[in-house]
Ligand binder design. Sequence first.
Ligand code: IMP
Length: 437
Amino acid sequence: MIIVIIGAQWGDEGKGKVVDLLADRFDVVARYQGGHNAGHSVYVGDRAFVLRLLPSGIIHADKTCVLGNGMVIDPKAFFEEVDQMTSQGIAITPERLKVSSRAHLIMPYHRALDHTSEERLGNEKIGTTLRGIGPAYEDKAGRRGIRVADALVPELLRLRIERNLEEANRIIVLYGRPPLRADEIFDEISLLVERLRPFVAETSHFLAESKKQNKKILLEGAQATLLDVDHGTYPYVTSSNPTAGGAAVGAGIPPHHITGVLGIVRTYATRVGEGPFPTEMTGAEEETANLIRQRGNEYGSVTKRPRRCGWFDAVATRYAAELNGFDSVALTKLDVLDALAEIKVCTGYEIDGRRIDTFPAVSHDLERIKPVYETLPGWQEDTVGITNPDDLPEKARAYVDFLSHSIGVEIGLISTGPERDQTIILRDSVMEGWFKS
Ligand code: IMP
């Protein structure tokens, strides 16, 4: 069994908690795209873990975790996280963590180039996490990237660094930054990749073998659907494919081996960085945005940036459901809305007085869109920690049903707080079916 978990909106839907919750039912947890631009917070009892590169499954001692070929890996960030987890009592060994030999490395000049690129764009900047993600993927597509396997050959590593840095330094210097030195980068990276060597594996083969042995595999998406470089709000996107199709490529598995796709949908929307956000709460609604930001702790777990907050967008989420083929949905952060007297849901878009029900390709159109809202009554009761669906206030249940209906997907679980056990597991035929097999 192979299940993909993907955020349906602009990220930070609470994938970390859901993956952690479901990890018990899987043997292997793999990531397939992105790098340490992701930030998953997982709370277990009084312990908090922040995961950037490592799959959330790493917290469970009996799971094997994989960093797939579609990822870009900063070796320094990798070991910072490994060391951090080790200090929190999580043992990380090559037996339970496998890094693809085909993943690309994020080099120090990629970080520098992420800064210069944002500077050059000025008002049009993407608002990236400045981790070097985009420039590393540019090098990959430009066929000059450095893969983990290449870096393990010192002569190759030195050669590629020298060649790539020559070009990178031209841009870095143009933006008034000091040029980077090839020998310094080589010394730093070669030490790190030596430490990485025992973790390096042929991960597609490992996943194929795991499947043959009837192991259950979870593919954990990072970022989210509307940040997908093909399908998101381009150019305000990340540089990889978090959508379900990307999971097959980025983990190196045959697409028809994927059993099912679980969408993570939050009861409202947020976005970090720039780019269109049709249902953003602005002007008179800023107070509501602040309330949600406070209650939902909507600050970047990597960059600490306050997240932009908005109403649930059924058009965008329906688009995500269609693109990824969500079989089931985990609805997160219901409790955050407890305080609201009224809750708006965007059920359609209007552009120049015309109603459209599809998600436009052009960011410019999205900026001009007027959301069409339906207003639902809030429940103004405490739902924190509810585990039994019968304990939900009627209006909360009606809100959940409205969302499910508006995106056309059954909801399999509802999260009512950050802790593992603050969850309502609904009777969901799709998810039940997966775990029976
Ligand atoms: P990059 O991935 O650093 O290149 O950033 C590109 C865009 O994706 C920016 O708008 C970031 O804020 C956004 N982004 C990247 N990673 C995440 C994430 O894990 N959650 C939410 N937004 C993200």
